[in-house]
Write a protein that binds this ligand. Structure first.
Ligand SMILES: [Fe+2]
Length: 196
């Protein structure tokens, strides 16, 4: 629903996403357009300024800015403390566009090298490490294994998910030292308004 209290750039982001979801039936196509729209949003100076007062999401939390009642997509925020060690995980069957708004992070992507036949076992290989800088958006396909590592300063990300996973479906959590995987509940979603 349109909300006059919302920051205009954020309201536009929501309405543009709704138009994309209405137009395109395919989730990959929707999320590729969503990635472009999120790039515009995380380059918005007013949003970057406002985000300086967002609370830390330490303790496996996400800010929940919006969840669409018709289309199901969700917009989250993550605020990391300097030097935050990120865990290796996937987002189950959901697509995720991860846009850095402030600070820097390094984004690690992994490949699974075992065949997945042994319960609880997963052998991973690091595929790439990308420096995330403000305004950049990483698109993560379903079940892609990755980690976000905090930079030297506080960092803030805005995340577009094809649907909220937390509280609905368990997601993969990986440990590279002992080659294990388990399914865990996603972060706690804390409703938070972006007003402007
Ligand atoms: Fe992630």
């Amino acid at each position: 629903m349109a909300d006059p209290k919302r920051l205009p750039a954020f309201e536009k982001f929501i309405q543009d996403l709704r138009a994309v979801w209405a137009e395109l039936p395919d989730m990959e196509a929707r999320m590729k357009k969503g990635q472009t729209l999120l790039e515009q949003l995380v380059n918005d100076a007013a949003l970057r300024r406002i985000s300086q007062s967002w609370p830390s999401t330490e303790g496996r939390k996400n800010l929940l800015f919006y969840e669409d009642q018709n289309y199901g997509f969700a917009i989250n925020g993550v605020v990391r403390v300097p030097g935050r060690k990120g865990s290796i995980h996937d987002h189950a069957h959901a697509w995720t566009a991860y846009g850095l708004l402030d600070g820097s992070e390094s984004l690690e992507r992994f490949r699974r090298v075992d065949d997945g036949s042994k319960e609880g076992y997963a052998k991973l290989e690091l595929v790439s490490v990308t420096e995330g800088t403000p305004g950049k958006v990483d698109l993560v396909p379903p079940f892609d294994i990755h980690a976000e590592q905090g930079g030297p300063a506080r960092s803030v990300a805005v995340i577009l998910r094809s649907e909220r996973v937390a509280g609905k479906v368990p997601q993969g959590s990986y440990n590279m030292e002992n080659n294990t995987v388990r399914r865990i509940d996603g972060p706690t979603n804390i409703p938070y308004e972006i007003s402007g």
